[in-house]
Design a protein around this ligand. Sequence first.
Ligand code: SF4
Length: 257
Amino acid sequence: MALEESTLYLVEHFFSIQGEGRYCGVPSVFLRFGGCNLRCPGFGCREVDGKMVYGCDTIRAVYGGLYRKSWHPVTKEQQIESIVAEYENSVTYRPDIVITGGEPMIYASNPVFNAMLEKFAAAGYRVTIETNATIAPSFLEHPFYGGVTFAMAVKLSGSGEPKNRRVVPEAIKALALKGRESFFKFTLDASLAENGGAEQIDEICTGYSNEIYCMPLGSDERELSANAPAVAEFCLKYGYRYSDRLHVRLWNREERR
Ligand code: SF4
């Protein structure tokens, strides 16, 4: 079931190299939208303005209560189109568009969000939506979603979310089967790679032929390098595709800028 955000909030936009998954290395315009239906307490916590918040790597795109003042309300899809056009005008080719968050699919029923995607589809952009795969849009009502690639980052136990919140089989099924070449993208630390990660991935992915990418946890180079060898071994053992985090290697930070 789609959660409905009545106002579409853009947190930030930037032009960079896609650092993860199937389109790793592809120049892309990133549009980061605000809000998320999960919190992922397993990723640690930190204090912001006297409040403890969970440590997801994009907390400023998750916590509306703390950060909404810095988010930009979008009332017309043309606002986003002009952002993309400006980046595109500065190069000699058509970049990919990556929609990320937070969890952008909380806007699956938002008319401005859907008008934006419909325009991108009509213009022939390759669009990837990075999602936790807990919310599916109506493919019947909005057929342009069938041209979107969903990077399905289903959360594993390390996220600290209860299984019934992080694994929503009917949403996974719709995104995996109705999206355009959607793929799975899992994040593991060394401990999960060595203990239990394969069983969890197997349970989520059995029955689907979509590609499966596994990435080491790591918001900086030190953490990434610590987890990478175990995740590479894990991929070799189980036949998954290894995805690095190119932006962390290039710029030693989580943001792909
Ligand atoms: S689902 Fe993603 S964006 Fe949302 S809290 Fe978890 S890691 Fe952060």
